[in-house]
Design a protein around this ligand. Structure first.
Ligand code: 5GP
Length: 185
């Protein structure tokens, strides 16, 4: 408890409560259920940041889905994106002919998701859509928007609900803006 209290103290402010997140994820699940009514989409979780969102989202979808996991790296311990995306873990099943939904924690510059979308299109997926929990459009530097997102946020570094800073804060149930005093250290 003491550690979590300390983590809350590192937040400049809370952006979304547990209840707001739950409601937004349920709404998104209903939308995806309707859009993929006659299909069985393959939802691919982009580790690690999307893991909490992913596990809630797949349970909010009524229609059958398959799941898989990939790991892509574009951040070290800092708060600004690098421009290179390294695929560290590929899906365990073929995406050929599948309707893929890439599930990501946040679309920031868009570099990571653009690279991943192209990768799966080139690998033979029938379709590739993007579900990003958070959308930070003011930072976009590539022509790509998420097909689905729960919240649009300002240009700030956020943590919680799977999102980390230096592997901390992922287990917070809420999403908040990290205080600049933490990453200025
Ligand atoms: P992009 O390629 O769109 O610039 O961002 C890719 C990755 O950067 C995201 O998947 C996420 O891991 C990380 N990222 C971008 N903005 C934030 C943020 O505000 N907070 C955290 N924790 N990670 C972020």
């Amino acid at each position: 408890m003491e550690i979590k209290r300390k983590q809350y103290a590192d937040l400049e402010r809370l952006l979304f409560t547990e209840e707001e997140i739950r409601s937004a994820v349920q709404t998104l699940g209903a939308r995806i259920s309707a859009d993929y009514e006659d299909k069985e989409p393959l939802l691919i979780c982009v580790l690690k940041g999307a893991c909490v969102f992913f596990s809630d989202l797949i349970r909010a979808i009524d229609t059958p889905v398959s799941i898989d996991f990939i790991a892509a790296s574009s951040y070290g311990g800092g708060t600004r994106p690098q421009h290179e995306v390294i695929l560290k873990h590929e899906p365990s099943q073929s995406v050929k002919g599948r309707d893929v939904i890439l599930v990501e924690d946040i679309m920031d510059t868009g570099n990571t998701l653009l690279c991943l979308k192209r990768f799966f299109e080139e690998t033979g997926a029938a379709s590739v859509r993007i579900a990003a929990l958070l959308d930070k459009p003011s930072r976009r530097c590539v022509p790509l928007q998420p097909d689905y997102s729960c919240f649009t946020i300002p240009d700030a570094f956020v943590v919680g609900y799977g999102l980390d800073y230096d592997e901390q804060y992922r287990s917070l149930p809420e999403i908040g803006i990290l205080s600049p005093t933490v990453w200025d250290k």
